[in-house]
Structures are given as structure tokens and as C-alpha cells.
Design a protein around this ligand. Structure first.
Ligand code: FA5
Length: 347
């Protein structure tokens, strides 16, 4: 076989190999073997010095041609393989949109948060603003400014956790009243606000009491506010929460920061007032404390009681939720049993 035939055979063999190759690595091996320094073509080109002057250019041109053809074929194959690899990778990454998705477990709002938001919405619709207070309060705002001086016996009903003699965990949301009243600019109009939040008492936990619970404070101060405004407002709100059929009843009561003070009852939704175990056979259920803001409380906040009057109320959020959903133990709100909490997933 002469050199030309040898090169021709080499081209056919390598071309065949290139066609069959499946990976870039194999292709590179072929390239090194056929065209590399130790490859047959390089050998031929190196051996040309031994050829006669007439054969040298012919063989050289032919060897170069074969080398260029193979190099081109290898390059083409390389591009094909690279394209294929990219397509394979893309194919693997393709999303099958027809597959059922992985179910993401959605969290749910805690029932107390839901009730709070519902009540907030009712008051927002009536033009009230929502104010946040401090859970860690001073004796001054929690008691003194609420007309509960140090020696006042009503303090006994709201014993709490003390951080120091003057700093405590608030026992009710009422201190927010004083904080808002002293800042409000009455030249720009009256004051209408609610303040929801957590409160603390040194109460022993049982089915209806917790050492921490939530209240919503309400406060309206303006010229000419009367007990009629208090009753009308509460009636509207309670019907929104418990349904249009509910009636309310105001009973005289006592709070040091309101005068007169009332306890507000709602007609029992289970027995419609006839008497049952829920309302303890009275037909009524107590839900909040309220009253006309005490003139002393107004004065302490720099408001003239001869010009301005107002009403305030404080309701227990847990109490509202328990009545609305017939929950018979307040501790369910805090023990984080998902079987309990999930029942309120679609409210
Ligand atoms: C007060 O806290 C007054 N600050 C409310 C008020 C505000 C009156 C403004 C007048 C004007 P009382 O201690 O009654 O009042 O508590 C209000 C509500 O909080 C109660 O009706 C009850 O629903 C809830 N509550 C009281 N103690 C507990 C407790 N230990 N656990 C759960 N809820 C409680």
C-alpha cells in the first residue's frame, strides 16, 4: 500500500469513528489519536524529508487535506454533541405542568387574630383609628392615670407581674386611653380610637381565666358625647359580631375610670333569652365593661370636662371568640393544638 492509500484508509476509518462517537471525551480521544503529535498524519508529515523532491509537495498537500477534512469533521461533531448535551440538560429541567403540584401547607390566622381583625374592620368603618399600646407599662399609666391611686382597693382585682415597683405588665388596655388623650390635638376635632392588645393579670388559669389574655379598648372624646352614643355604638358593633337578632343590656357597675360605669350583656344566642346552661339561666351573657370617661381621668390628661365628654369600653377578645364559637375552655387558645386551631382555617 502506498502512502496515499494509507492516508485514504486512515481518513475513512477515522471518519467512521467520528460518526459513531457518543461523547465529547471519546471525540477528543479520536482527535488526539488521529491528528495529535504522535498521530499517523503528523508522522507522515514528519517523514516527508525522506521523500524525493517531486513526491514531497504532492504527499504534503494530500496529508494536509486529509488533516483539514478530519479536523473539520471533528469540529462539526463536537458542535453536534455539545448541542445534544444542552438539549438533554434542558429536557431534564423541563417542567411537566400536567403533574399534580406538591401541596404547600398553608398556615392559618390564629382565631384570636381573626376575631381582632374582624372587630378592627367594624371600627375602621366607623372612622375610628387603631392605636397600639405598650405591654410593659408604668404604674402611672396603668393605674394612677386611670384614677386608681396606690391605696385604691380596686387595684386588688388587677394584681399583675411587676418588673420593678413602677414598671409592670399592664393589666388592661385602658392605659392607652391616657397616652392617646394627652397627645390628641382637639383643635382638629374629637377623638375616636380602639386599641387591641395583650394584657396580664395574676389570675389563676381555669376554663374562663388566663394569666394573659387580649382586650380591645375603645375611646371616644368630643363635645356633647352622651351615654346614648355609647349604647348606640355598642349595639351596632355587637350586632355586627353576633348577628342582627342580638340585643344588649346595660347594667350599672363600677370602674374607677368611668362614671357612670356599666357592664354590657348580650342576649343569649343559644336560648334567645329563655335561659340555658350557657347564660346560666339568666338569658344574658356579660361581654364587656364600659362607661362615661371619669372627669378626673379627663383632667389628668389635660382635657376640660366642662367642654368635653367621652365614653370608653374594654372587651375581652377571648370571651367574644368563646361565645361566638361555643368554645368552652380559654386554654385552647394557648395550647397550640392544631386540631383546635385548624377548625378556624376557613373563617
Ligand atoms: C377592665 O379591664 C376595664 N379596663 C374595662 C373597661 C375599659 C371598663 C374602659 C370601662 C371603660 P375587666 O376587668 O372587667 O375590665 O375586664 C374586661 C374584660 O376582660 C372582661 O369582660 C373579660 O372578658 C376579660 N377578662 C378579665 N379577666 C380575664 C382573665 N383572667 N382571662 C380572660 N379574660 C379576662
Amino acid at each position: 500500500m502506498n502512502l496515499k492509500e494509507e492516508l485514504q484508509n486512515l481518513r475513512l476509518r477515522v471518519s467512521q469513528q467520528i460518526k459513531q462517537v457518543k461523547t465529547l471525551k471519546e471525540l477528543d480521544d479520536i482527535r488526539v489519536e488521529a491528528l495529535g503529535k504522535k498521530g499517523p498524519i503528523t508522522q507522515v508529515l514528519r517523514g516527508m524529508k525522506d521523500l524525493s523532491a517531486t513526491k514531497r509537495p504532492v504527499v504534503g498537500a494530500f496529508a494536509n487535506e486529509i488533516r483539514d477534512i478530519l479536523a473539520m469533521q471533528i469540529e462539526e461533531k463536537k458542535q453536534t454533541l455539545e448541542r445534544q448535551a444542552l438539549n438533554d440538560a434542558l429536557a431534564q429541567e423541563t417542567l411537566d405542568v400536567t403533574l399534580p403540584g406538591k401541596k404547600v401547607k398553608r398556615g392559618i390566622r390564629h382565631i384570636l387574630s381573626q376575631i381582632q381583625e374582624e372587630i378592627e374592620d367594624i371600627f375602621l368603618s366607623m372612622g375610628y383609628k387603631i392605636v397600639e399600646g405598650y405591654e410593659v407599662e408604668s404604674d402611672h399609666y396603668n393605674f394612677e392615670r386611670m384614677n386608681l391611686p396606690k391605696s385604691h382597693p380596686a387595684r386588688d382585682m388587677q394584681d399583675t407581674f411587676y418588673i420593678s415597683e413602677e414598671i409592670l405588665l399592664r393589666t388592661h388596655t385602658s392605659p392607652v386611653q391616657a397616652r392617646v388623650m394627652e397627645k390628641h390635638d382637639f383643635t382638629k376635632g374629637g377623638l375616636r380610637m380602639i386599641s387591641p392588645g395583650r394584657v396580664f393579670r395574676r389570675d389563676t388559669d381555669d376554663a374562663t381565666h388566663s394569666h394573659q389574655f387580649h382586650q380591645i379598648e375603645g375611646l371616644v372624646i368630643d363635645k356633647g358625647i352622651t351615654m346614648g352614643d355609647l349604647k348606640g355604638t355598642l349595639e351596632f358593633v355587637i350586632k355586627k359580631i353576633f348577628g342582627e337578632k342580638r340585643q344588649i343590656r346595660l347594667r350599672p357597675s363600677f370602674f374607677p375610670f368611668t362614671e357612670p360605669s356599666v357592664e354590657v350583656d348580650v342576649s343569649c344566642f343559644k336560648c334567645e333569652g329563655k335561659g340555658c346552661n350557657i347564660c346560666k339561666y339568666t338569658g344574658w351573657i356579660e361581654i364587656l365593661g364600659a362607661g362615661m370617661v371619669h372627669p378626673k381621668v379627663l383632667k389628668m390628661s389635660g382635657i376640660d370636662p366642662k367642654v368635653y365628654a367621652g365614653f370608653a369600653f374594654g372587651l375581652g377578645q377571648e370571651r367574644i371568640a368563646m361565645l361566638r364559637f361555643s368554645i368552652n375552655d380559654i386554654r385552647y387558645f394557648y395550647t397550640n393544638d392544631m386540631r383546635f386551631l385548624r377548625q378556624f382555617a376557613r373563617l
